[in-house]
Design a protein. Sequence first.
Length: 402
Amino acid sequence: MSFSSIGVIYGKELRDTLRDRRTIISTIVIPILMFPLLTLGFGFLAARSMHKVQQETSTVMLLGATNAPALAATFRHTEGIRVVPPSGDYAARISDKKIRAAVEFPRDFEKDIKRSAGKAPEVEIYHFAGETRSQVAVRNIQRILGDYRRQIVEARLAEHGLGRDLLLPFESSERNVAPPEKVGGNVIGGLVPYLIIFLCFMGALAPAIDLTAGEKERGTIETILASPVSRVDLVVGKFLMVFTASTVTAIVSLSSFALTFSLPFLAARELTGKSQVPFDLSATGVAAMLLLMLPLAVMFAAALMAIALWSKTTKEAHSYASPLMLLVLMPAMAAMVPGFDLNAKLAMVPVLNVSLVSREVLAGNYPWPLILLVFGSSCVYAAIALSLAVTAFKRESVLFRM
């Protein structure tokens, strides 16, 4: 293996990639714009839509209103609530979104309240679970019922010459004792590894296919093979280009994500003069996580090259890579599952092990035996994938598969 030949191949592929606008857009431009557009754009639209829903008038049906005339009158005079006549088909009308909720008052509701003894009467609220406008109506109904409940309690206390302080014999408070780094690792320690794993895979996908199946379609694979360079040097040079694209995409995307995520907190600090960030990420933890991701990026780059080499066309290569993406994303999500912790057995499972150990190091925990096991097993898997790519590149039946 000649390092000078590998450098020549790598430099040639790098220059070709930098000339390709589509690759630059998919590797750098889209990752930079993706998180601001998704985070800020979607957040703005969601907030605007939710504000619009909350401003709408909720249509509510009162069942048994004669049992609670005072409370029913409160509903009718509350802004944002429109009361419709009672009907027996209230459940179907809620399901059809013709009304948002229904409130049923039990018989002798106000009499039982004034009696203030025995079992408390129960008000039933019928709604559409999961439907946003119905849930807004339920919150408004609960607010009205809560205000009415407090008025009754205050009246009862006043009858006995007692104040509201009687209902609150002591106060309680919460205080975080964990350092900000550990809090940050537990809050977003599962999301960050998932994003980096996904971005490493996506960053390697396009160049891996273009430098292999794309060469076949363009008819340039024969020219490259005719050059006075060994097959091993060729595949290693191409692999380094794919690996570079994978890591650059991940780093650029992670930087964009970090900047987008921190902008609202930085703006709040400038306005208030106080830090509004309740957690932090350790620079050591992030560096350790990125180091653990390197063998995984090697494995992705080599595996995608081997798959693309086996394919006749770029379209066929994409069809093979799509199921592989699901196999990568499913274990990558494991770090976001509560109670799913790293152990010796899981440390041997590719992708899953890196996802779980990254969550640990971001939280400030360094289980060194498991970290070494994860890193070692990932390096073995990366070497296997790279050897498969080299083997595939040496076989004429694979290179000229028609």
